[in-house]
Write a protein that binds this ligand. Structure first.
Ligand SMILES: Cc1cc2nc3c(=O)[nH]c(=O)nc-3n(C[C@H](O)[C@H](O)[C@H](O)COP(=O)(O)OP(=O)(O)OC[C@H]3O[C@@H](n4cnc5c(N)ncnc54)[C@H](O)[C@@H]3O)c2cc1C
Length: 355
């Protein structure tokens, strides 16, 4: 018998799975994707995020795989205008964090079940039954929806996701190689036309994470991201003839999306991570907050006694993490505004989101 089903094997679901397995709780991790991804996405662990993962015995390995103190190199209208020390976090690709957690989980004898998206949920007095996308069912005492911002679990529970989403994307993203570009800096080019591009060398790879304001069509609407478009943006902002962006392994776009779930628990089912809150990426707090949700949920699930007192123990999770989510939304919205204002000043950049 499984104690806890976990939907989603992002940083939140994997942290929860390791945390519970470490406490002797029997878990299964159900993942909709066919296999692991290699996308850089959330590229930083804060000291708090790293400390939370330290309890799982993976901090040393993560520190060996990541980088600290990478200097932010600033350019304005193509000219180098200054350097800023990096923050106190660990630079590491999200895929790598997930890989380390998957290996740790395998050490407990648990493997992520791919191609097993949760598609339906039924609860009764004894447990939760999940219907999977492949037609099978899975049953456990509890279910944790760690299935990201478009959470199916949240939708199935009918929990509202309150806030706002901007209509148009304001950023394009990707993982690209730029063979002739120095990997000693997080390059941040901004231009007096209001646009810009960031290229951050991702440790343990030969690629950079790219973030840029999108190209616009004649009517001012953002164009979909492509490798060719990334090159045009690079040429416009960096003005470094001879540097080619090649081999994009991830291409995406991003829009401002500030929302949180009205509840993080419905009976025997819980929400954690992006499934419960989405917000601007300034400050790099999304993955880290999901990790902290996971640790709090692991504590609540593991400490809930079978009989009287179980409800109080389980309610403690939402009581702790719902206010934290509200604070996160306000905090990251303010950080986002600070970054947007800062980059108009030559020499300033994403560090404005760390204050
Ligand atoms: C460019 C960029 C930079 C970022 N930088 C940072 C940063 O520096 N620091 C930081 O902390 N955060 C950062 N973030 C945010 C971070 O990526 C997210 O907050 C983080 O991925 C959330 O983790 P999660 O596990 O909650 O959700 P996800 O990573 O979205 O994982 C959810 C998982 O659930 C699976 N799934 C979906 N539906 C189902 C289903 N029905 N059944 C089963 N599985 C399902 C998905 O396939 C996925 O694997 C950044 C994001 C971007 C895009």
């Amino acid at each position: 018998m499984t104690d806890v089903l976990i939907a989603g094997s992002g940083p939140t679901g994997l942290t929860l799975a390791c945390d519970l397995a470490l406490r002797g709780v029997r878990v299964r991790v159900l993942e909709r994707r066919p296999g692991p991804h290699r996308e850089s996405r959330g590229k930083g662990l804060t000291p708090e995020g790293l400390a939370a993962l330290g309890r799982l015995g993976v901090a040393e390995q993560l520190c060996a795989l990541g980088t600290r103190g990478l200097v932010l190199r600033k350019y304005f209208d193509g000219a180098h205008v200054g350097d800023t020390p990096g923050g106190d976090g660990l630079l590491i690709g999200q895929w790598r964090v997930e890989e380390v957690l998957r290996e740790r989980l395998a050490g407990f004898g648990v493997r992520v079940e791919y191609g097993a998206g949760v598609a339906g949920i039924a609860q009764d007095a004894g447990g939760v039954t999940a219907r999977l996308s492949d037609g099978r069912t899975a049953r456990a005492g509890y279910l944790a929806g760690c299935d990201g911002g478009r959470s199916t679990v949240r939708e199935l529970l009918g929990i509202s996701f309150d806030g706002y989403t901007e209509e148009t994307p304001t950023m394009v993203l990707g993982d690209v190689r730029a063979p002739a570009l120095s990997r000693a800096y997080w390059h941040q080019w901004f231009s007096s036309d209001g646009g810009g591009m960031l290229l951050c060398p991702m440790p343990g790879t030969d690629s950079f994470q790219l973030q840029a304001a999108p190209e616009l069509d004649e009517d001012g609407r953002p164009l979909p991201p492509t490798l060719e478009g990334f090159q045009r943006l690079f040429d416009r902002h960096a003005r470094m003839a001879g540097i080619r962006l090649v081999e994009a392994t991830w291409i995406s776009d991003w829009r401002v999306n500030v929302r949180m779930a009205a509840r993080m628990r419905a009976g025997r089912v819980f929400l954690a991570g992006d499934a419960a809150h989405v917000h601007p990426i300034a400050g790099g707090l999304g993955m880290n907050t999901g990790i902290q949700d996971a640790v709090a949920l692991g504590r609540a699930l593991a400490s809930a006694p079978a009989g009287p007192g179980a409800q109080e123990a389980l309610d403690a999770y939402e009581a702790e993490r719902l206010p934290a989510a509200a604070e996160l939304l306000a905090d990251t919205t303010a950080r986002h505004r600070r970054v947007l204002a800062a980059v108009r000043e030559p020499g300033r950049g994403t560090e404005a989101g760390l204050d």
